[in-house]
Design a protein around this ligand. Structure first.
Ligand code: ZN
Ligand code: ZN
Length: 66
């Protein structure tokens, strides 16, 4: 079940634009599966599908690979 060996890329959280918010755990950035692409549902604005970060393929969430 451990899938931590998968590579992720860090991208700037669209919600706070790097300032840090609850959605990015106050880091200002989030990890997503490469290639990093904006959430197709909101195009980076933030919605429930992307956890309000604006990015698709968030680490640990909505992991639909395999
Ligand atoms: Zn943020
Ligand atoms: Zn979204």
């Amino acid at each position: 079940m451990a899938k931590d060996e998968k590579k992720y890329v860090k991208v700037r959280c669209c919600h706070c634009e790097g300032a840090g918010c609850i959605y990015c755990d106050k880091t200002g950035e989030v990890e997503v599966s490469p290639p990093a692409c904006l959430c197709p549902h909101c195009e980076g604005v933030g919605c429930i599908y992307c956890g309000f970060t604006g990015w698709a393929g968030l680490k640990g969430k909505y992991d639909d690979e395999e």
